[in-house]
Design a protein around this ligand. Structure first.
Ligand SMILES: Nc1nc2c(ncn2[C@@H]2O[C@H](COP(=O)(O)OP(=O)(O)OP(=O)(O)O)[C@@H](O)[C@H]2O)c(=O)[nH]1
Ligand SMILES: [Mg+2]
Length: 1124
């Protein structure tokens, strides 16, 4: 890019009214990068001949090889429309589901989006997802219907059929928008709006979202007559809006433009006799105006150029359109070249798209109040509950001013890595004449010196070798050699290093190089910051430490130009740009401001859940530190990847899907760690659960009784083998009682399966439960946390929902009795208090303020002190279940019995006081409990439970009893779990596949083989495509996409998204008992038992005992070499 152009862009940056920040969104392969190429070519950055082939914004090698975009990348373009000059900051995003987090980071920084829809495939799952994302961020979408050439060349539709088809696509897209409009997301927004209106009753401004029935939604939809739809073929370089044709025909036919604009799309036809445009083309069997005046022209051009290759006709057409086509294009053997040459002049797609963008999308100055408030109010907080100073910043957002005194507000949506050598500072630039002359002079000198040295050496040939050595190392030569060795040795090291650049947008203020700013982490609280910092302070002062706030000075600013970066001195408000040198301060995203009153922006909406985990290790153990560093960098560079170190010491990488995983591993290997690594097979997560025991066996026996007997037998057996302590008692009804090893306390627990709806409700509300737990914790500590009424309302709603779902005799009053959620205090399992006469503060106590719980008698108060031990035991039990140490899900543990023998307590306390010898005995006993109790003891020893009371001061709730109680509780839960029929739960993907009818069978074949289940199948109207929706276990999904692609020769490609957990119906503990079953399933019965297979794989991976025969037919002698 020449310098003049950079100057131009810098000058355009200062005029926010003419800036448009846009992103291109679509389903995978609908042509985003191809369209971006056309737009880039209009700026002369790449040749227009290469547009569509180069995919300039796919700058990574793997993006080019795979043909899909993996990272969003930005480029600034100039567009001149008449006398107006516009600056477009364009972001191309990936369409593959695995990379949907990249879409979120792009959408946040934009004011508008170009949604592309493939004319053949129509609306696809990701199209819906991106439309939703655009809605959630309140940005305005525009539509491009792409690949229309395929309708002509591939599907061979007539222009009339194509028109009908395009109409259907438009309807589909509008249906999605419409459903979004009425969907929950918007209802919520409408509600909020209503609420605010109520509070400000004087406010009489009318807004659309105030009530759906009155809302004017005409602006919401895509319609060619509104000018927000472009019909295009990005690969052939053409695209148009009906406005273009309206202008042409109004001149040619003498009809007013307004009339044409209204009638060019729709059921209108031209009555040639009356010279009038009439309604009702369809009913009268006439050609709609759009077909006659627009599509027919395109169809005949394709017919002449591609199908018939009629040279004369083409020349005539070129002439009539007044175009100039080069002779070599006319003669070219590939008709596409000629087509491209004609179309890109006749209907340039860049012109159509860019003019639509500039006309229809808002500039940064037109940001709506609603959007600003949404960006500024984090989590449960309402905008008007923020400090006044913070609320004032709203003005700065709306003004978008670049004055010196305007506060700087910047949002960084992601960090991306670039190689240091790609930075403009490091780039080789063209040398000036003087520099060239200088270098020439230097080279001449060096040459002369070398010649002199050679001469000296020759003249002293007979001198001893050692002396000769000394001579050759001359001062001059020495220094040059040093310089060379330095540059030769160090540069590659430097160059190969990656630096991180923050992908950011300025919302207000003028950011200059060297400016000191505050970096606000996502958890920063402006109220607290304002309290702690002196008024009017700036980031360059020396300030007290405030949580989640740090200061730094901005080192370098960059203009993002796709593959290249240009250095900038300053960036005015309203622009998308890059900041260098922040890797120390920002992990993934952050807010930057000069005012400590600025709140952190609301977190990005990520659609994908990272689910695929692998353990990574270096090939050479000595490379471990490099791997650790590499993983850290990877974590920073990817918005969605997670890096964890597990309890086992494994380094685990969690990614959104297989393609994402591959990219992360490649990045780690080639870029961040630069070592050989090996990744384990994907670690597939499972959940353990219990189900209701079946009443009757298929055969005829009553199973319930049978099972109870079996359990009692099993327990007895275990006791005999010494695996179980005698303190355990199992009742046939499933109630398991266990005493602590010192027999002081006894707990009785029953495991009950939760209804499935409750499980999914709990699973979906973990964030809310965490908030609830947080509030309860501070209440227990005696602090009163201010909860916003909104949060309180949601908690009450959650409780009501639970009450609605937990109906029936078994669950009477259950919601009130909930003791805790687990694991990690927010999971999908419940601990229930079913103990007679034990009252404890309910988990809902934040809802019932001021109500004091009544004091109980002596026993209860003792119990209360150990309340936390029970909860800790429950947390441990739910964190890893007995089947394969995976977390539990959907299990309710009802504590029905809990007694402390007070006498023993007293006795023990007094003995503890009097002599230390007893302690040793206690200690021994404590040792015999499992090691987990030690861990748990640490947890419980927090100040939260330090409620000291005089009457029970002697009870040491930190002492060994509490540890033993935790261990006992954990054990009793595990046994209660085992007393019920156990099942594994598998993670499921939903999978949407688009396939043509001829490969449908193969798709079904692959799905069936992998335990997939087809939910529904529908034919896309107007095409031969089928849309299949299926669910597939994550465990069976590896290689699925590849297999489908191979089996269907690339005609179908699935999109996998994590959806839910599902119980695997087969019982992993089932063994054949009858003769018939033996015969049918074999002795081990593992051929059929998928659940057992999964369970054993997990157990083997975790190094747990796996019950299986290692040697079969041991009595047979085998000779390995003969392989018999
Ligand atoms: N026939 C035809 N093919 C097109 C058109 N536009 C794009 N393609 C082809 O569609 C394929 C995908 O194009 P891309 O631009 O890479 O699609 P994308 O939307 O960027 O894909 P992702 O970034 O992976 O989501 C390429 O093979 C293009 O050549 C078009 O207008 N007509
Ligand atoms: Mg792309």
């Amino acid at each position: 890019m020449g310098h003049t152009r950079l100057d131009k862009i810098i000058s355009l940056q200062r005029n926010p009214a003419n800036i448009r920040n846009i992103c291109i969104l679509a389903h995978v392969d609908h042509g985003k990068t191809t369209l971006a190429d056309c737009l880039v070519a209009s700026n002369g950055i790449i040749s227009s001949r290469l547009a569509g082939k180069l995919r300039y914004l796919d700058s990574r090698e793997d993006e080019q090889i795979r043909g899909i975009t993996m990272k969003s990348s930005a480029i600034s373009l100039h567009y001149g429309d008449g006398d107006k000059d516009y600056l477009l900051n364009l972001i191309d995003s990936p369409g593959h589901v695995d990379f949907s987090s990249e879409v979120s980071t792009a959408v946040r920084l934009c004011d508008g989006a170009i949604i592309i829809v493939d004319a053949v495939e129509g609306v696809c799952p990701q199209t819906q997802a991106v439309l939703r994302q655009a809605w959630l961020e309140n940005i305005r979408p525009l539509l491009v219907i792409n690949k229309i050439d395929k309708l002509i060349v591939q599907l061979k539709l007539t222009s009339q059929e194509a028109y009908n088809h395009l109409q259907k696509i438009l309807e589909q897209v509008n249906a999605v928008t419409g459903s979004l409009f009425t969907s929950k997301v918007l209802e919520e927004r409408a509600e909020k709006e209503q609420e605010e209106k109520d509070s400000k009753s004087l406010d009489d401004i009318y807004e659309w979202s105030a009530g759906l029935e009155h809302a004017d939604d005409s602006n919401l939809y895509f319609s060619p007559d509104q000018g927000n739809v472009v019909f295009a073929s990005a690969i052939d370089g053409w695209g148009f809006r009906i406005q273009h044709f309206a202008h042409i025909y109004s001149q040619r036919m003498g009809i007013r433009v307004e009339v044409l604009l209204k009638t060019l799309w729709g059921d209108f036809y031209l009555n040639a006799k009356a010279k009038k445009i009439m309604k009702g083309a369809q009913a009268k069997g006439k050609k709609p105006l759009f077909v006659q005046l627009v599509l027919d022209n395109i169809w005949s051009l394709y017919d002449a150029v591609v199908t018939k290759r009629d040279k004369e006709k083409v020349e005539k057409m070129v002439e009539s359109l007044d175009l100039k086509v080069m002779a070599r294009d006319l003669r070219h053997s590939d008709p596409k070249v000629l087509l491209g040459a004609i179309c890109s002049q006749w209907l340039p797609v860049s012109q159509a798209v860019l003019s639509m963008v500039c006309e229809k999308l808002p500039s940064p100055l037109e940001m709506t109040t609603e959007r600003v408030e949404k960006l500024m109010s984090v989590g449960a907080r309402r905008f008007d509950s923020l400090p006044d100073q913070t609320q004032e910043l709203k003005k700065a957002f709306l003004q978008c001013s670049s004055e010196e005194d305007a506060p700087i507000i910047i949002f960084v949506s992601k960090m991306f890595a670039v190689e240091a050598k790609a930075l403009p500072q490091k780039k080789q630039r063209l040398l000036t004449q003087e520099e060239i002359a200088q270098r020439r002079e230097l080279a001449r000198q060096r040459h002369a010196e070398r010649m002199a040295a050679v001469q000296i050496a020759e003249s002293q040939k007979d001198v001893a070798p050692s002396e000769r050595m000394q001579h050759t190392i001359q001062p001059g030569g020495d220094s040059t050699a040093k310089v060379e060795s330095q540059t030769g040795g160090e540069l590659p090291e430097e160059e190969s290093k990656d630096t991180f650049i923050a992908f950011a947008r300025v919302y207000s203020g003028l950011l200059k190089k060297g400016r000191s700013v505050f970096i606000l982490g996502p958890k920063y609280d402006p109220a607290r910051g304002l309290d702690m910092l002196p008024e009017g302070c700036s980031a360059s002062d020396s300030l007290p430490a405030v949580p989640h706030l740090s200061c730094c000075s901005v080192e370098s600013l960059y203009l993002l130009m796709g593959r290249e970066l240009e250095e900038l001195e300053e960036v005015p408000a309203g622009n998308v740009f890059g900041i260098g040198g922040l890797e120390e301060y920002i992990l993934k995203s952050a807010t930057i401001s000069t005012s400590p009153a600025c709140p952190p922006f609301t977190p990005l909406n990520f659609e994908a859940t990272p689910i695929v985990r692998v353990a990574v290790e270096p090939k050479h153990p000595s490379d471990m530190p490099k791997l650790v560093l590499g993983m850290r960098l990877l974590n920073q560079a990817d918005p969605c990847a997670e890096v964890l170190i597990q309890e086992t010491g494994e380094h685990v990488l969690v990614t959104a899907g297989e393609v994402h995983l591959q990219r992360c591993l490649d990045d780690l290997r080639d870029r961040f760690a630069r070592i050989e690594i090996s990744a384990s097979k994907p670690i597939i997560p499972f959940r353990e659960t219990v189900v209701r025991p079946p009443k009757l066996d298929m055969v005829n026996e009553e199973l319930g009784k049978q099972q109870k007997v079996a359990i009692i037998h099993q327990v007895k057996e275990e006791v005999c083998q010494g695996r179980l302590s005698e303190n355990m008692h199992v009742e046939p009804s499933g109630l398991v009682t266990l005493s602590t090893s010192n027999r002081v306390a006894t707990v009785g627990v029953r495991a009950i399966p939760l209804p499935q709806e409750v499980t999914s409700l709990l699973d979906g509300s973990s964030e809310l439960i965490r908030t609830l737990e947080h509030v309860n914790m501070s209440l227990r500590e005696g602090k009163n946390l201010e909860v916003s009424p909104r949060t309180q309302e949601t908690i009450a709603g959650f409780k009501a929902q639970l009450e609605g779902l937990l109906q029936g005799r078994k669950w009477r009053n259950a919601v009130e009795r909930i003791w805790a959620f687990g694991p990690r205090r927010c999971g999908p399992n419940i601990l229930l208090n079913s103990i007679d006469g034990y009252q404890r503060p309910s988990v809902w106590q934040c809802l019932e303020r001021g109500e004091n719980t009544t004091e109980d008698g002596g026993q209860a108060s003792v119990l209360r002190d150990f309340d936390n031990s029970i909860v800790s035991g429950f947390q441990l039990a739910t964190l890893s279940g007995p089947m394969c140490e995976e977390p539990l899900m959907g299990v309710c543990f009802s504590v029905e019995k809990w007694v402390h023998s007070n006498t023993q307590l007293q006795h023990q306390d007094s003995s503890e006081d009097s002599c230390s010898s007893n302690e040793a005995i206690l200690g021994n006993k404590a040792e015999s409990t499992s090691e987990s109790s030690v861990q748990a003891e640490d947890k419980t020893a927090g100040p939260s439970q330090g409620r000291h009371r005089a009457d029970v001061a002697s009870v040491d709730c930190y002492g060994p009893i509490s540890g033993q109680l935790i261990a006992a509780m954990k054990d009793v839960c595990r046994h209660a779990f085992q007393a019920q029929p156990q099942r594994l739960m598998a993670a499921m993907y939903t999978c949407e596949i688009i396939a043509t009818a001829d490969v449908l069978g193969r798709v079904y074949g692959v799905l069936g083989k992998r335990e997939g289940r087809v939910l529904h199948e529908e034919m896309k109207e107007g095409t031969e495509m089928f849309l299949i929706k299926a669910v597939l276990p994550v465990a069976e999904s590896f290689g699925f996409a590849d297999e489908i692609r191979k089996r269907t020769s690339g005609l179908a490609s699935p999109q996998l998204v994590f959806s839910h957990w599902e119980v695997i119906s087969s019982d992993p503990c089932w063994v054949p008992t009858t003769e018939e079953e033996y015969l049918h399933f074999g002795e081990k019965a593992d051929s059929m038992n998928q659940a057992l297979k999964y369970m054993n794989t997990v157990r083997r991976r975790k190094g747990l005992y796996v019950e299986e025969k290692i040697v079969e037919h041991a009595e047979k002698q085998r000779t390995l070499s003969k392989n018999k």
